[in-house]
Ligand binder design. Structure first.
Ligand code: ADP
Ligand code: 5GP
Length: 202
């Protein structure tokens, strides 16, 4: 069995990671999203186990102690983490998996999983990024200004990634990521081989 590909989709706060990821999952049904664990309270409409596994801070800290996370980070005052065992099981079963995570977490996964494919989602311009952060309407003014400061700093990390994708339109960004996955799955070093030669490429 050829292992699944681990994709990291990251980028500055508000660039559109969640939006592009949702669209990508629609156009590439075989791809699964890793469901993170967080101490952030659910937003209206969010369901346990769908967007996140919601938990308490003490429980999250226990999970850190038990080394349950492949990566974790504090993002805007809340803890977020990716469960190591869930990722391992899915990849081992041949499932391609995408982590939609912040810049800090992406660095941890790159260091621990060198074969992971990392994609930096960037805005068409800084002005555009500011408009998206301000326009999302889920935060108060103080949180918006902190998000903007963080986002400007986070842009500097782009050169550490494998691929740069500009989120000009959601469709174009998702299509490009879809093509990147196709290209990565065609790598012979990842086990791609002609039909009947002992493996599968898709
Ligand atoms: P992130 O997950 O990176 O924090 P979101 O997916 O929540 O970002 O997107 C932030 C805001 O930008 C949302 O209001 C979203 O609708 C908007 N947005 C995302 N991608 C685009 C795009 N390509 N063009 C215009 N607006 C976008
Ligand atoms: P939100 O609370 O708006 O859903 O997400 C806030 C930020 O947390 C986003 O930038 C998102 O990418 C990031 N995030 C979500 N899950 C994880 C995770 O498991 N690990 C890390 N490091 N960041 C995460």
């Amino acid at each position: 069995m050829v292992e699944g590909i681990l994709l990291i989709l990251s980028g500055p706060s508000g660039v559109g990671k969640g939006t592009v990821c949702r669209y990508l999952l629609e156009i590439r049904e075989a791809l699964k999203l890793s469901i993170s664990t967080t101490t952030r309270p659910p937003r209206p409409g969010e369901e346990e186990g769908k967007e996140y596994f919601f938990t308490t801070l003490p429980r999250f800290k226990e999970m850190i102690k038990d080394d349950s996370f492949l990566e974790w980070a504090v993002v805007h005052d809340h803890y977020y983490g990716t469960r190591r065992e869930a990722v391992r099981e899915m990849l081992a079963s041949g499932q391609d998996l995408i982590l939609e995570i912040d810049i800090q977490g992406a660095g941890q996964v790159r260091a621990k999983v060198p074969e992971a494919v990392s994609i930096f989602l960037a805005p068409p311009s800084m002005k555009c990024l500011e408009e998206r952060i301000t326009g999302r309407g889920t935060e108060d003014p103080d949180r918006i200004s902190r998000r903007l400061d963080t986002a400007r700093r986070e842009m500097e990390a782009y050169s550490l990634y494998d691929y740069l994708v500009i989120n000009d339109t959601v469709e174009r960004a998702a299509d490009l990521i879809d093509s990147i996955i196709d290209a990565e799955k065609s790598r012979i070093s990842r086990g791609a081989c002609p039909p009947g030669w002992g493996g599968e490429t898709t």
